[in-house]
Design a protein around this ligand. Structure first.
Ligand code: ADP
Length: 219
């Protein structure tokens, strides 16, 4: 289990805190507003009032021992940027920041933060892609061109074999696991049969996975 810190307890920051806690991690949840901190004190294990634009206050939190610090300060771009500068100064290992505007993004990228997040845009893209390819339950980008996707096997594909599904793309897409109820089959071959309700997890290039999803949609 790791230790994380989230600074800024708006809807985005709180959701991240609750999910990290659910996964068993220790989370330091910080906000400038005392009433906000008090509001979440029961649900989160460690909450603290802090002005993230003040380095002395941040220095009291032992942030360098966190695996990552998420800066989730929304509208107050100045505070977000100052906070990032202080975190860098303090030697924080991984800094993830929620960006609000294009200029906020540009400054963050010049400061060299590890990840810039645009929650609305990222969610919008995900929703559009899920609508476009309804059989893709989940996907995870490993880099810009390589993805892991989970496909839901519907009635039309039930009874088909993995070899049929991947056809000539056999060498470009690697089936990682087939989940049937709570059982994960990792010994997959071309002869493994798919059943309605299974989830098939594949690793491959975005181009080939998209082609596969398009073929599914056309069935
Ligand atoms: P969301 O869009 O995720 O709801 P908000 O902009 O509403 O985000 O919330 C951001 C949070 O960041 C607020 O709870 C606010 O009190 C907090 N915040 C703003 N400035 C600072 C600061 N200097 N230090 C710490 N927290 C701050």
């Amino acid at each position: 289990m790791a230790q994380f810190a989230v600074i800024g307890l708006g809807r985005f920051g709180v959701t991240a805190c609750l999910e990290l806690s659910k996964q068993g991690h220790t989370v330091c949840a910080a906000d400038i507003s005392e009433s906000t901190v008090n509001h979440y004190a029961d649900q989160l294990s460690f909450t603290v009032v802090v002005d993230a634009s003040d380095e002395t206050q941040l220095a009291r939190l032992d942030l360098p021992s966190c695996q990552a610090v998420l800066v989730a300060i929304g509208e107050n771009i100045e505070a977000s940027i100052l906070c990032v500068l202080h975190l860098k100064n303090l030697g924080v290992k991984q800094i993830w920041v929620k960006a609000c505007t294009k200029s906020h993004h540009q400054i963050l990228s010049k400061l060299g933060v590890d990840r810039i997040i645009h929650p609305e845009e990222e969610m919008g893209v995900r929703v559009a892609q899920a609508l476009n390819y309804p059989m893709v339950n989940q996907y995870f980008p490993l880099n810009q061109s390589t993805f892991i996707v989970e496909l839901g096997i519907d009635l039309q594909l039930s009874g088909r074999k993995i070899g049929w599904l991947l056809k000539e793309r056999n060498s470009d897409i690697k089936p990682l696991t087939l989940r049937r109820d709570d059982y994960f089959n990792t010994e997959l071959t071309n002869d493994t049969e798919l059943r309605h309700g299974d989830s098939l997890v594949l690793l491959g290039s975005k181009t080939y996975l998209t082609k596969l999803a398009k073929r599914f949609r056309a069935l």
